[in-house]
Design a protein around this ligand. Structure first.
Ligand code: NAP
Length: 250
């Protein structure tokens, strides 16, 4: 096991479950002091137990700027700094044809996936640029900038915007010492990639047909990409949007 993050303080939003939790575990396994953030205290506590080491939690609703500012301040107060952030919190919304999407649902998807992620960038960068810089990875998706699927207009629009936001923010802040990249997974083994009523076996059959590699992605495979983007090995990688999807958008 490498130790690319020894001495680094790493914040993972949406770290209580799924890809976020797996990535937090991977950062901790490589020496990082990890803080996981999300809305649900109980799920965060479970994640902290699962991650082990000196992992801890902070509650946040990423759609609330004051809450996001408090999250960053809590991490800095607790550990003396913030070196790496993985802005991963996101929701799928309720899939429907574009004209039939509920207005509240459309707003919630954009507010969480795009505005919430931008608020995290805003408050993280404000700290990092005054304290020696840092690395940030944002969670996009292959749905959006890379491919489109029916019934996913709100999600696709929010994630395409995350891809564009990430690349623009990377240009804006690389000379502040803050290196920003995105990861764009395809269907990954969490509940989010199960269609309503679908079992894991049904999804496996769907993946055999629809993904060139023939299977769903593992959370650890997304985590590996995030850790590389956040590591010094990727020091010359700026404003990249790394697709990890078994070839679905190739
Ligand atoms: N699974 C896939 O196939 C796939 C593919 C491409 C991209 N993604 C993206 O990967 C990310 C993680 O998804 P996942 O599959 O791991 O699903 P997940 O297990 O549902 O994780 C979502 C995380 O985001 C948190 N979250 C949601 N809204 C939040 C808010 N307003 N404030 C703070 N935290 C919030 C959730 O915690 P609380 O509910 O406790 O707040 C949870 O920890 C999402 O951005 C998703 O769009 C997933």
């Amino acid at each position: 096991m490498g130790a690319r993050f020894t001495g680094k303080v790493v914040l993972v939003t949406g770290g209580s479950s799924g890809i976020g939790r797996a990535t937090a575990r991977a950062f901790a396994a490589e020496g990082a002091t990890v803080v996981v953030a999300g809305r649900n205290e109980q799920r965060l506590a479970e994640a902290v137990r699962d991650i082990g080491g000196d992992a801890s939690a902070v509650t946040v609703d990423v759609t609330d700027s004051a809450d996001v500012a408090r999250m960053v301040a809590t991490v800095v107060d607790r550990h003396g700094g913030l070196h790496v952030a993985f802005n991963n919190a996101g929701i799928l919304g309720t899939p429907a044809p574009a004209a039939d999407l509920a207005e509240d649902d459309f707003d919630a998807v954009v507010r969480t996936n795009l505005t919430g992620l931008w608020l995290c960038l805003k408050h993280e960068i404000a700290h990092m640029r005054d304290h020696g810089g840092g690395a940030i990875v944002t969670m996009s998706s292959n749905i959006g900038a890379h491919r489109r699927l029916p019934n996913m207009a709100a999600y696709a629009a929010s994630k395409a915007a995350v891809s564009a936001l990430t690349r623009t923010a990377a240009l804006d802040h690389i000379r502040d010492g803050v290196r920003i990249n995105a990861v764009s997974p395809g269907a990954t083994d969490t509940e989010m990639s199960l269609r309503p009523g679908e079992t894991a076996a049904d999804r496996a059959a769907r993946m055999r047909e629809s993904v060139p590699l023939g299977r769903v992605g593992a959370t650890a495979e997304v985590a590996a990409a995030v850790l590389w983007l956040a590591s010094d090995e990727a020091a010359y990688t700026v404003g990249h949007d790394l697709v990890v999807d078994g070839g679905a958008a190739a």
